[in-house]
Design a protein around this ligand. Sequence first.
Ligand code: GRF
Length: 215
Amino acid sequence: MCLLRVAAFASGRGSNLKAILAAIDRKELACKVVLVVSDLENSGALNLARERNIPALHINHKQFDTNDAYERALLQALSDAGTELIALAGYLKKISLKVIQAYRPRIVNIHPALLPAFGGKGMYGMNVHRAVVDYGCKISGVTVHLVDEEYDSGPPVLQRSVPVKEGDRPEDLARRVLEQEHIVYPQALQLFAEKRVEVKGRRVVIKPAGEETEK
Ligand code: GRF
């Protein structure tokens, strides 16, 4: 079986990366994580990659004299790893235009709310859940979406709702949403692995199983 070669980008603890690797281990996800990229040297995600002997790349623009040199080095590493899809999992830096151009539409992100609500610049981590609770929402959720030039603006691939319960603190909601993230992200990646994701204008269309076309 041909495994989809995924590069994961993460700045933080890496629980989504862990869930993706666990789904691969259970043979529920036909992917191989070929590279983990982080702007932070000691992020949980990068340490997890090192523990699992997955190539771990600490890279950020500060290590280079020019942005162009940074982009070239990152693109080279992605290409050397044979990357077919980029999965952002808590990556806090904006993805550079050249990387987007090289991999679009095969860059996905996971966001801990139902986009387009509670997305965009500054909407990450607990900020999202605090805003949802403060607004008085009854439902929040998870969105896996394609990445374009703006924060959180590409079309959704998969979404799942999560109830906001009476008396929820942002931390309570975050915990419940994260549980769903760990289920939904591997499912979304599996759709790519099965070649069931088709982009039609603004929309992502998921083809029924068994109707895959070679892309
Ligand atoms: C997740 O909540 C994800 O939705 C967001 O960043 C967080 C990353 O968490 N984009 P982790 O590092 O995967 O634990």
